[in-house]
Design a binder for this molecule. Structure first.
Ligand code: NAP
Ligand code: FER
Length: 336
């Protein structure tokens, strides 16, 4: 029988600037029984993602903000422990919108059954999940890389960035990454096969990029915004493109920077900037997921997970994501 108490992380205050641990509060409720069409899921892994910072803001976007006192939103992978649905069985592993909690009752149709023989189940939140799909569709469908292209990717060792860089290499591109530490730089070169890496915290990104991409950047896959993006725009190749995937350098600023001011480069280079959301590509997710999983199985797509042990640590780990403390896809492993 399931435990009777469910612990969840709720929002105590809307963060001002960088979130603090005191912006989150643990609450305990009874574990509920699923009703018709629902399943009860016990969380095994919880995903922590940059987009969650946006959900803490009091503004409407593609999703409504999390309210004060509400359980923090988040995707998880869990085991079905009770089911009132014919489509999902007790014992199945599912990926679903679980929230930051130990148990969740969710409509069965919103859960995706995960096949553990495809890839390790934790990857359903990373390399074969939302971040991997973002990299896959963003690079291939929006960026359309050609062999010989120079591809620049920021947050290059992260959940999205590491997949972008490796798929770019598979497509015959020259890959340059930007990262925030020497350890991440070494990983990108030694494990992921990048051609060059720039540490934006210790190096002059403008000068190093001009050196590393003498013929200019054909595709900049932007995960961060700020200075790195200014430098990328300054160094675009003819008909270069900037794919705006994320702007993490701005997420915790109360006054976002109003850069870039060097858009005249788009005229001279006849370049374009395009933003995209992973949700735009839902019809192609199954094919993409199968390809990502097959690359994981044959070893051509490497991935790194930063697994934090214990549900209590979720807020601290999330705060760390916002300043680069994570190294790889950030997950919380729930205690057994
Ligand atoms: P991640 O890269 O695994 O982790 C975030 C990384 O961002 C940190 O490790 C850090 O790496 C970097 N970072 C943090 N603060 C920074 C700052 N002030 N300036 C520059 N870099 C900073 O996270 P992820 O899940 O792969 O997400 C990467 C980006 O993709 C995020 O911007 C996210 O919002 C975006 N995204 C967009 C979509 C979409 O549909 N458009 C979907 C998923 C993700 P360093 O130590 O290297 O700085
Ligand atoms: C993300 C950053 C931003 C993301 C989604 C968004 C799924 C969308 C924001 C909006 O519509 O306001 O990392 O990941």
């Amino acid at each position: 029988m399931p435990e009777s108490v469910n612990r969840s992380w709720t929002i105590a205050n809307r963060p001002y600037g960088y979130p603090k641990e005191s912006d989150f509060a643990i609450s305990e409720t009874e574990v509920e029984d699923p009703k018709h069409g629902e399943i009860l899921v016990r969380t095994l892994y919880l995903s922590l993602d940059p987009y969650m910072r946006g959900r803490l803001r009091d503004r409407r976007s593609y999703a409504i903000p999390v309210g004060i006192g509400d359980v923090m939103v988040g995707e998880g992978v869990g085991r079905v422990i009770a089911s009132q649905s014919e489509d999902v069985a007790v014992g199945d592993i599912v990926a679903c919108q679980i929230g930051w909690q130990e148990y969740a009752v969710v409509p069965a149709h919103t859960a995706r059954v995960v096949d553990p023989s495809m890839a390790p189940i934790s990857t359903a939140l990373g390399v074969t999940g939302m971040p991997g799909l973002t990299a896959y569709h963003g690079l291939l469908a929006v960026g359309r890389p050609r062999p010989g292209d120079t591809v620049l990717v920021s947050a290059a060792s992260g959940a999205v960035g590491a997949v972008v860089g490796q798929i770019a290499k598979m497509n015959g591109c020259r890959v340059i990454g930007t990262v925030g530490s020497q350890q991440k730089a070494d990983y990108c070169i030694q494990e992921l096969g990048y051609d060059a890496v720039i540490n934006y915290k210790t190096e002059d990104v403008f000068a190093r990029l001009a050196e590393a991409a003498p013929d200019g950047v054909d595709i900049y896959f932007d995960n961060v915004g700020g200075t790195v993006t200014d430098a990328a725009i300054e160094n675009l190749a003819l008909r270069g493109r900037v794919l705006v995937c994320g702007q993490i350098s701005q997420y915790n600023l109360e006054e976002p920077e109003m850069a870039p001011r060097n858009l005249w480069n788009l005229i001279t280079k006849q370049a374009r900037i395009e933003g995209f959301l992973v949700f735009n590509f839902q019809n192609d997710h199954d094919v993409a997921r199968a390809r990502l999983a097959s690359w994981v199985r044959d070893g051509s797509l490497k991935y790194r997970e930063d697994i934090v042990d214990g549900f209590e640590r979720a807020p601290r780990a999330f705060i760390g994501l916002m300043n680069g403390a994570n190294f790889g896809k950030l997950l919380v492993k729930m205690s057994d």
